[in-house]
Design a binder for this molecule. Sequence first.
Ligand code: ADP
Ligand code: MG
Length: 364
Amino acid sequence: MKVVLQNLTKKFPNRNKKAGGEVVAVDDFSFEIPDGKLVGLLGPSGCGKSTTLFMICGLQKPTSGKIFFGEDDVTDLPPENRGVGVVFQNYALYPHLTVRQNITFPLENLKGEDKLTKQQMQDKAHEAAKLVQIEELMDRKPNELSGGQQQRVAIARAMVKMPKVLLLDEPLSNLDARLRLQTREEIRRIQRETGITTVFVTHDQEEAMSISDVIVVMKDGVVQQIGKPQEVYDDPVNLFVAKFLGTPPVNLFDGEVKAGMLHIGDDAVLSVPGAADGAVDVGIRPEGFLLKEDGVLCCALTGVEVMGRDISVVSTNPHAQSKAIRSIINAENKVDTDAKDVRFALKPNKVLLFQKETGERIYF
Ligand code: ADP
Ligand code: MG
């Protein structure tokens, strides 16, 4: 089922009464979520991710704009009539019910021709439990489960009605690092197996990049960029997106374009024939540096961290906007750790230029 968001806008009265006025939580969001895909909604806290998700599931009514499931306008439908499954950050299981009862709960109130017998409910609960691999926990209460197991129950409960759309709001935030990794792979597997159109909200760029078919990057209620994770990483439309994606983050420098040549300090580092003269922000991805004796960019070496397959070379440069420049170099390179300076050649497609004032990308 494709989901179409059409000029979705949500305004709230400002929570801060003194400041007054309105907060535009989501500002004119249009996007067609393709059928059967997993879309990652990504951005810092407060950028409007949850509000968007709540509008899709029907818990919040848009101030303006429309939502379609397939060809059907669902903008005014209550959540229970939309056929959505929702998982929140805090699992919100019923503590006094067993796992089985928690999972069958959404099936208890089906009416008319949808009404299920006890046996049918048990069968469906078992199927959903199998999907998230918790069949052996069916008779336990939530407080007898680990965080990861509780979150699986919440996913099973969201899946038991075979929703048309699955909505996940920071579902992994309360899990420890190892479980987070494991559960996100599970979610991806379940989504692939069932082909349910899924929206996955997170503020964690690595999480979004690793499991999404498409990511939507938001800032202050405004969509910044939509695309495949690799495309958005390689080709960010502005400085915000470039900085938000990638670990270690993109390295930023003050640069200047003079007659088609990009300069960082006194170093002429790259030919940028299409760029206009003037001061620019230069972003260089950590993997964009190559160690080279006569490289174009000279930095002062401060440290080398061995990471096995790669090494991380840490250096400084008076024109860098952060204290440390982090470059990732293939471990087959030998670095003289006693050297004062390192010189880097740059991979042109890993060098990104941005307008100083607006942060807009400059293409060259
Ligand atoms: P996110 O999920 O990305 O952290 P939210 O969608 O929760 O962001 O919030 C977006 C903005 O809307 C924030 O500025 C938040 O304070 C505001 N907001 C969200 N819900 C309400 C509400 N019920 N009343 C007032 N402001 C709200
Ligand atoms: Mg949120």
